[in-house]
Write a protein that binds this ligand. Structure first.
Ligand code: UD1
Length: 345
């Protein structure tokens, strides 16, 4: 994406203080965009905003995506926007199990309302954070975009709400362009390792950097499709900014993954090697409800958006490990101003 092409056009990013949202804001600012970030810090973190909060083209609103007329009010404050990147969501699958209605309201209901607002405001593109969880349980690999449907057995309200929202986003009509990115297992700097349900890479790197044994749930032969956060951000940018017509036949829904399976045992060994730790791995019982394998077909996104992953697992892990080392060293030294930063304009 060329910076010179973008001028100073404006984008909205919901979930701006999240793991992926914060990286996306940084990239859009680097491309020359005005970025209006929204987050209510339900799971986003203030420290994720630190590196760009003071940027002259970044405006932040501590708001919830469930507020009616949110986009209209942002439009009133900042003028027209070209693209809405909607990443804010209840992101915890276990939380969605305990709060199914709230999950449906935030992850589906709010998305539909934002879509309607975007349509009325003449927004050009609406890019939604879909999820591999939309596929539920499947035996056939790799997973293609057409493998999720009303027949799917979702494992959580999270997966079902994301599926419903993706369906709504993909059925928007011209001139609004709706795109849903079904991301597989994203990893990289700023992913929070602190919960037992945090992404496995953030947990393993955290354990390795702290010199603790890595804990595998089950036999370690289960596989996942890991994709580095910078590659995911590139997919968002292409989906939101690309002028190219979609000729992939996937109806505006794209998987975002590496297309490669990695076993959890191989992952643990690789992280031990890259952190120069002895191979200290313990095995515990399998996590209830875990799927065995997950792997994306990435043909549609290659055809439709010309995207392919560029960061190999070893390179992405090295960057993640370097970041986690930095975090471990600076723990406790963080400071961030509270409140709404939108005054800057
Ligand atoms: C994803 C969700 C998870 C949800 C599950 C249900 C994320 C980060 N996780 O899990 O919340 O319950 O879908 O569909 O979105 N593992 C270990 N040791 C660890 C952590 C994980 O062995 O310390 C294993 C897990 O058992 C799993 C694999 O690593 O087999 C990947 O786990 P995770 O990163 O949580 O991703 P998903 O299984 O895709």
């Amino acid at each position: 994406m060329e910076k010179s092409e973008s001028g100073s056009r404006c984008c909205v990013v919901t979930g701006a203080a999240g793991f992926v949202g914060s990286h996306l804001c940084e990239r859009l600012l680097a491309l020359g965009y005005i970025v209006v970030g929204v987050d209510n810090f339900f799971s986003g973190r203030r420290e994720n905003l630190l590196s760009f909060a003071a940027h002259p083209r970044f405006f932040f609103h501590e708001r919830s995506v469930t507020e009616s007329r949110l986009l209209h009010e942002l439009y009133g404050a900042h003028g027209p926007f070209e693209t809405v990147f909607h990443l804010a969501a209840i992101v915890s699958v276990p939380y969605s199990m305990d709060h199914p209605e709230e999950t449906l309201e935030v992850n589906y209901g709010a998305t539909v309302r934002l879509l309607n607002e975007a349509e009325k405001l003449g927004v050009r593109s609406f890019v939604f954070a879909g999820s591999a969880a939309e596929y539920g349980t499947q035996d056939r690999m790799p997973l293609r975009e057409t493998d999720a449907g009303s027949w799917t057995r979702w494992l959580s309200p999270y997966g079902e709400a994301k599926y419903r929202a993706t369906t709504a986003v993909a059925s928007t009509r011209s001139p609004l362009r709706g795109v849903s990115l079904r991301c597989f297992n994203i990893y990289g700097p700023r992913q929070d390792p602190s919960s037992p349900y945090s992404g496995v890479i953030s947990r393993f790197v955290d354990m390795a950097v702290a010199g603790r044994p890595l804990t595998i749930f089950g036999d370690g032969f289960q596989t996942r499709d890991f994709v580095f956060v910078d590659d995911v951000v590139e997919a968002y940018c292409r989906a939101g900014i690309s002028e190219k017509a979609d000729d992939s036949g996937s109806g505006g829904i794209y998987n975002v993954g590496s297309g490669r399976p990695t076993s959890i045992l191989d992952l643990a060994r690789l992280i031990c090697r890259l952190t120069r730790r002895p191979e200290s791995i313990t095995f515990c019982s399998e996590r209830p409800g875990d799927i065995r394998h997950s792997r994306a077909s990435i043909e549609a996104i290659a055809r439709g958006l010309g995207w392919r992953p560029r960061i190999a697992l070893e390179e992405g892990l090295t960057k993640t490990i370097q970041w986690m080392h930095g975090e471990a060293q600076s723990l406790g030294a963080k400071d961030f101003p509270d409140g709404d930063l939108s005054e800057k304009k």
